[in-house]
Design a protein. Structure first.
Length: 77
């Protein structure tokens, strides 16, 4: 039946590079996929990606996680 995923992450900034650490949970299931958008047109499917920005600024980052059994998704921006 699967679980209910809840997307969550932390970030560490070093200059223009940001390292994201996935802290998502899946109550009653397993997370099978991660999808990240970094707010500058770039994306990743890594669990814990790092991204280098071309310029300093404020970017809206979104992580979407997917449950392995039922395909349920949840996103955090």
């Amino acid at each position: 039946t699967g679980g209910t995923p809840s997307a969550n992450f932390t970030d560490t900034i070093s200059g223009l590079t940001v390292s994201f650490t996935d802290t998502s949970t899946d109550n009653g299931g397993t997370i099978s996929a991660h999808s990240w958008t970094f707010g500058d047109g770039s994306s990743s499917t890594a669990t814990n990606p790092s991204h280098s920005y071309a310029a300093a600024g404020t970017y809206s980052v979104t992580e979407t996680v997917t449950d392995s059994a039922n395909g349920s998704t949840n996103s955090k921006t």
